[in-house]
Unconditional design. Structure first.
Length: 446
């Protein structure tokens, strides 16, 4: 896979399999949100499509010329948490004219204005940052309204889409080939270290909590009393917390049994997760925003063979079969027993961890995720074609509309980000890119 987020267009190694002709190809993913969300929902999706020989390009919304040019060729456009703007307005209009599929892509309820009120993290932000975040959510909601279809990472998100009468498909998160490689290496290192330390039953049992952002304070706080109880009962238990989550001052009483690490690059996570014995995945209870979260923490721990104890949200219930490949806690009262069972039983930890790894590999690999994704996109393509009003496909209309669409979308780029300079400057850059793309692709467009 070759992901481009700037104006470099060399994509010779873009797909892992020879490209095949498909009614949904080429696919354009417009990335509106970075971090783990952008990685799982854009880069991993691109790899999944590549595993089926389907051409896919990723363009960041902050690179408007790239978005503009790729949109002229795409048969399928995924807008990953993209805020609405004049550029997106023009993109959707052109796509509708060209008969392309336009799909809102999300792993959160940030498009649901009612659910936004349940994001308690917003209250902790400075007023200016809070208003900026709310404004972004409102614009994402507007983009969502303009799309007839949505890809969602979990059932609660898909249900929210359907409640407003739009079509939704659940495309669950999956791991990448690079994650699999790093996981294998991490397991080898962790195994060698454990073998070197022998099988001393007094060896510390490590609990691990891994937070990539500072939005999970209430999630961790939900089980903080349980963790302190466990630490008091078992002197051999240690707790590793990775990321910027805030913890209760009472944890200081446990001294060096509590290890704090700053947030790390995701490539370091396999080593850190594989070095603990139990992965913790708590979420704030009775919060629709948290209920919509995906099972990523289970996937990442399962990939390195570490068992997870998670709050029983729909996604974790979907992924985890209790006592088979992990545990889910229906209430806070369940956490002490589940942790006790795992702390006291190394064989149980090993069995659940091994089952979790097998389950993750079977169900969350790029090829596995690709099969359901491609089936949905092809079904959506067929449904749209059956309802078409006889509009000419892109090869026929391109000569008639290309220049006008380019001009209109270039105007939108200037409105989207005036720092790009004059319209003539933007148009010239976009037109240069377009001429190169035409030479590369026009012959293959149907």
């Amino acid at each position: 896979m070759h992901v481009v987020s700037d104006l470099s267009w060399d994509s010779a190694d873009e797909c892992s399999k020879p490209l095949r002709r498909s009614v949904i190809a080429p696919v354009l993913i417009v990335r509106g949100c970075g971090g783990a969300s952008g990685r799982y929902r854009c880069e991993h999706t691109s790899e999944q499509l590549a595993s089926r020989g389907i051409a896919c390009e990723i363009r960041d919304i902050e690179c408007p010329e790239g978005v503009l040019v790729e949109a002229l060729f795409a048969r399928t456009i995924l807008l990953q948490r993209v805020p609405f703007s004049p550029l997106i307005d023009s993109l959707i209009r052109f796509a509708e004219l060209a008969g392309s599929l336009v799909i809102f892509e999300t792993d959160d309820l940030t498009f649901d204005l009612d659910a936004i009120e349940h994001i308690h993290h917003l209250a902790t932000l400075e007023p200016e940052a809070r208003e900026r975040q709310r404004a972004s959510f409102l614009l994402q909601a507007e983009t969502f309204k303009r799309c007839r279809l949505a890809l969602a990472s979990t059932d609660p998100i898909a249900d929210a889409v359907r409640r407003v009468g739009q079509v939704a498909f659940v495309h669950r998160n999956g791991y990448s080939s690079e994650m699999a490689k790093l996981a294998g290496e991490a397991i080898a290192r962790a195994t060698a270290k454990r073998n070197g330390n022998g099988h001393n039953m007094q060896w510390p049992v490590w609990l691990g909590y891994f937070s990539g952002t500072h939005t999970h304070n209430l999630d961790f706080a939900a089980i903080a009393p349980v963790l302190m109880e466990v630490l008091c009962r078992y002197p051999s238990v240690r707790l590793r917390i990775v990321g910027p989550v805030k913890i209760d001052d009472a944890f200081r009483d446990f001294g060096d049994r509590i290890e704090r690490l700053d947030a790390v690059d995701w490539r370091r996570l396999p080593d850190l997760i594989s070095s603990v014995d139990i992965n913790l995945a708590p979420l704030e209870s009775e919060n629709c925003f948290c209920d919509a979260k995906s099972e990523v923490k289970y996937i990442e721990a399962g990939l390195v063979g570490i068992p997870t104890v998670a709050t029983a949200t729909p996604a974790f219930r979907y992924a985890i079969t209790p006592s088979v490949n992990g545990f889910v806690a229906d209430s806070i009262k369940d956490w002490p027993k589940l942790l006790t069972d795992l702390i006291e039983n190394p064989a149980l930890r090993h069995r659940l961890g091994a089952a979790a790894r097998k389950h993750v590999i079977q169900n969350y690999a790029p090829e596995s995720r690709a099969s359901t994704l491609v089936a949905f996109l092809e079904e959506a393509r067929a449904d749209q074609d059956s309802k078409s009003l006889g509009l000419s496909p892109l090869p026929t209309i391109v000569n008639e509309t290309l220049r006008e669409s380019l001009r209109a979308m270039s105007v939108s780029i200037c409105e989207h980000n005036r720092s790009w300079g004059s319209l003539s400057h933007v148009s010239r850059r976009a037109w240069d890119l377009l001429r190169k793309r035409l030479g590369e692709r026009l012959a293959s467009i149907r």
